[in-house]
Ligand binder design. Sequence first.
Ligand code: ADP
Ligand code: MG
Length: 595
Amino acid sequence: MSLIVQKFGGTSVADTEKIRAAARRAIRAQKQGHRVVMVVSAMGKQTDVLLKLAAGVCERPPAREMDMLLSTGEQTSVALVAMAIHDLGSKAVSLTGGQIGMKTDNSFSKARIRSIDTRRIERLLEEGNIVVAAGFQGIDDDLNITTLGRGGSDTTAVALAAVLGADACEINTDVDGVYTTDPRLLPEARRVDVISYDEMLELASLGAGVMHSRSIEFAKKFSVPIHVRSSFGDRDGTMIVAQAESESAAVSGAALTKDEARVTVLGVPDVPGMSRTIFNAIAAQKIAVDMVVQNVGAEGKADVSFTVAGDELDQTLRAVESIVDSIDASGVTHDAEVSKVSVVGLGMADQKAVAAKMFRALADAGVNIQMITTSEIKISALVPREQSAAALRAVHEGFTLDQRPADAKTWKEIKAEAAVEADVHDVVSRLQNDALEALTLTDIAFVGGQARVTLDGVLDQVGIAADVFEEIGQAGIFIDMIVQGFDGEDGRTSVSFTTDEANLEASIKVAEQICEKHAMRGVRGSAGITKLSVSGIGLRSHTQVGTVLFDQLAEAKINVEMIATSELQVNVVIDSAQADTATSRLKAAFADALN
Ligand code: ADP
Ligand code: MG
């Protein structure tokens, strides 16, 4: 008998009528012959209401008590849903996180799932019940109640689908699928039929709030197909699966993290080990940093800039300020009024003009880019918050995301073509471990023979990045990583990119022309560098990846020249002479996580 997990988000159980509608949907699935597990969020905005209550009695509530409080939202809704099912004449049992045997670690407010004991759920299903499980919560070894982080019910649902070997995992929500960008921000966004795990993982971590990004880590790791659909209609929504919708499109979605903050540590001595101290202090708070850029300035001092989620700025500043003196840096600045706009696409890897196109779209809309970082399937630009809506619209339009690519396929077509059967044996063996959300690495590898080119003293003006990368593209030079930093000192920035060593001379020539045209300070280029990549799933949310990486490189006295992070890869650029040492150190340090 097939098993289906149906998750209902807050808006889908916001009032009694909606609760009864959710109950009816589950009963219908059961009558069609499925065993049904529901995962339910707190009603409407109840989690926000509870957060406000807490803020009313305590300025910085203890994390343990916060989780105790927030978990009541889901406890209320599962009980009501189970009652509604009874009232409609079917059998249901509601269960808290602890009662479904959802064991987590003890990091309150962002706990990770360790294991799930499915026996009780299976017994209740056997007895003909609809099981109504509370989303977002678990218990630690001491039976403390923990929560998984905002939006975490998605992760509960996908995790349950994985361990129960469900045939389907439905995410019932207030939109009828995944769109090319948040349809509330941009009405012209297009609903996609299919999106790949990798793309959804990046989009979710870059601000597409429709799915909790950790739920996609689970889905990818355990090959769980997800169906995102509307709670209020019967139409098919979007399938999140291994395959992408189109093979030709360079970009498949855009996302905005509106509430982002930039932090710059000024005058950091440019010697190995400094980044380690900075990022370890932040990682210790389990805060994920993004857009890390280091500008090497005068006198061997560097400015290290990075971004964090706006609501983690205070905690980040406290962490950084605690170590500033110990590394002999000259100070810390921040900007809380910035937003990050990103484009994501599996097809990006082989298309060189993507970055130039994005920067041109932003320039034409009059948007100034403060920082840039790229990785294999995404490009992010930091922009002033007041321009964030215009920026998102500009890139969405620039890549004509409102139009369906000519070669786009439906899920039915993709399913017919591909052997979608997961390797059951493989999945089962991974499920037997006691650390479901543990870090999973797939590879540690390096590409040597690279060169880096840096344009220094770039005026902080609209349109320069577009110009630079259009001209490089026109010269037929294939580039890999791009970073643009934030310069704390004179309002200028520097822009660096990597390319194959063979292109160094040509790149410098083009860069020098650009330099002259835009009155920049100068061009630097060097060959003999290597890009080292650690690949896996959910690397940004596992903050220890950065910690281990920086520790290993610092201990071997290896300087990190550039860094680019994404959900799928952490890339660092180092001197080629040190590539072998770095690789073997990392392989040893990550031996447990490599599979
Ligand atoms: P739920 O309470 O059901 O978990 P959420 O509010 O967490 O619902 O997620 C649904 C919302 O996600 C939508 O209302 C939409 O505004 C937002 N969203 C953000 N990005 C996207 C996207 N790319 N596609 C669809 N919805 C998106
Ligand atoms: Mg949600």
